[in-house]
Design a protein around this ligand. Structure first.
Ligand code: 5RP
Length: 235
């Protein structure tokens, strides 16, 4: 393998350590993003070379394609019904292992799959560790119908909740609105700092038009942190 940059090395070592937690016979939720892609490649190698027997439930069409390419048996969540473990990346994690996810646009399937798992393991380079969530824009998946009205409602609610940063933007892709695997749009909320993540997550999900938000509260059980020098820490 070519020499990896420190950030890729950090993602790779975290993914490799988490892959070692996977046991024969497990049904495994497969996350989305560049770190999760390392995991899928590691698991694929274990399937092909060590005879590891797992079934994977991908959290996006991208991950499904990669998983099949590397030789992992792919099944749907409804076929699996319940998962032994989900391993996924994150955009931010705090000391309580609460997360911001959705930078890659797959937060809805990711949250459904993680919630249907005995345990969720997050893999991340150390740069994703924060004291308070919110520097990374919070993704919120919204229905395309009336999305501007939903955006305005979110902005008004942020004001009434005294949230400092209130700027919201529609995620774009090549000049057109980004479309998720479920056919929805994503609003990115530039909040800087989320004082009460639990409350914000609940309030957002009560709004008509909002499908899901990228705050993962009390869902993650463990974080595997990779460092650019190849060290790994499990919390
Ligand atoms: C996708 C996600 C990703 O896990 C998150 O964006 C981290 O991505 P990466 O590993 O590429 O930094 O939530 O929706």
């Amino acid at each position: 393998m070519a020499e990896l940059s420190p950030i890729d090395k950090a993602k790779f070592v975290a993914a490799k350590r988490a892959a070692e937690m996977v046991e024969d016979g497990m049904r495994v939720g497969l996350g989305t993003g560049s770190t999760a892609a390392w995991l899928v490649r590691c698991l694929g190698e274990m399937v092909r070379e060590d005879g590891l027997k797992i079934r994977g439930v991908p959290t996006s069409t991208r991950t499904a394609e990669l998983a099949r390419d590397v030789g992992i048996e792919v099944i749907s969540l409804d076929e699996a019904r319940w998962l032994d473990m989900t391993i996924d990346g994150a955009d931010e994690f705090d000391d309580e292992l609460n997360l911001i996810k959705g930078g890659g646009g797959a937060l809805l399937q990711e949250k459904i799959v993680a919630t249907a798992s005995d345990q969720m393991v997050v893999i991340a380079d150390v740069g994703k560790q924060v004291e308070t969530l919110g520097a990374f824009p919070l993704p919120v998946e919204v229905i395309p119908f009336g999305w501007q009205t939903t955006k305005a409602l979110i902005e008004e609610t942020l004001i009434s909740m005294d949230v400092l940063g209130r700027q919201t933007s529609l995620r774009m892709n090549g000049g057109v609105p980004y479309i998720t695997d479920e056919g929805n749009h994503i609003l990115d909320l530039h909040l800087n700092r989320i004082g009460n993540a639990r409350q914000l997550a609940l309030v957002l999900n009560q709004m008509p038009g909002v499908v899901e938000n990228g705050l993962f509260i009390d869902i993650c059980d463990r974080v595997v942190i990779g460092y650019g020098d190849g060290r790994v820490e499990v919390r």
